[in-house]
Write a protein that binds this ligand. Structure first.
Ligand code: SF4
Length: 216
């Protein structure tokens, strides 16, 4: 957001006041603060994380976006950058970290693996996209995406934040503060607790179909 965009409340400011006062809306000034200090959670899952680290170094310098402070604690983070292959074993930990982040929080799926499983999509141990469990705000394609692609994805996230309004976003409404994502259970395979009733119904159907009636 440029200073001109920030200083545009939607009605004309008299010429003689234009360079003296700044008038904006609460949404704009508030979003300007949020989008300029998005703190990513510091964790990486696989090769994409190397590109994420490169984006933080001096050549690309995410300090320009106010995003250079990668927090080691989910309690202080606004952004989960899922950078790498999401394995079934790792997923419960990722969802738990997401639940521990305060609202408003955002998720970026960086790379083919985080977006849809990537080259390991049919693998026995790989989740075919983090969006099966967490709400993703921006997808960044590539295997791996370049640091430039990550920077572009972060700019897209900033544009999304710019478009949000205090009156409409879920986390400022009365009632539930944060939506907790059920933590998947790792057994012989991964189970999403939201699907347990469906799984039980299907199991009962299969059990009934497998019952062989007594042949006389
Ligand atoms: S998308 Fe490619 S580079 Fe990124 S984690 Fe998967 S295999 Fe590695």
């Amino acid at each position: 957001m440029t200073p001109n965009e920030l200083n545009s409340p939607g009605y004309d400011i008299p010429d003689d006041m234009k360079n003296v006062v700044a008038i904006t809306t609460l949404d704009k000034i508030y979003n300007f603060g949020r989008r300029s200090s998005v703190w990513p959670l510091m964790f990486g899952l696989a090769c994409c994380a190397i590109e994420m680290i490169a984006a933080q170094a001096s050549r690309y310098d995410l300090a320009r976006f106010g995003m250079e402070v990668m927090r080691p604690s989910p309690r202080q983070s606004d952004l989960m950058l899922v950078a790498g292959t999401v394995t079934k074993k790792m997923l419960p930990a990722i969802v738990r970290l997401y639940n521990q982040m305060p609202e408003p929080k955002y998720v970026i799926a960086m790379g083919a693996c985080a977006s849809g499983g990537g080259p390991f999509k049919e693998g026995y141990n790989v989740v075919a996209g983090i969006d099966k469990y967490l709400p993703v705000d921006v997808y960044i394609p590539g295997c791996p995406p370049t640091p430039q692609a990550l920077v572009y994805g972060l700019i897209k996230l900033q544009e999304k934040i710019d478009g949000q309004s205090l009156k409409q976003v879920r986390w400022y409404q009365k009632g539930a503060d944060s939506v907790e994502v059920p933590i998947p259970m790792l057994g012989p395979d991964l189970i999403d607790p939201r699907r347990i009733p469906e799984i039980k119904t299907k199991a009962a159907e299969l059990a009934a179909a497998a019952t062989i009636p007594n042949a006389e």
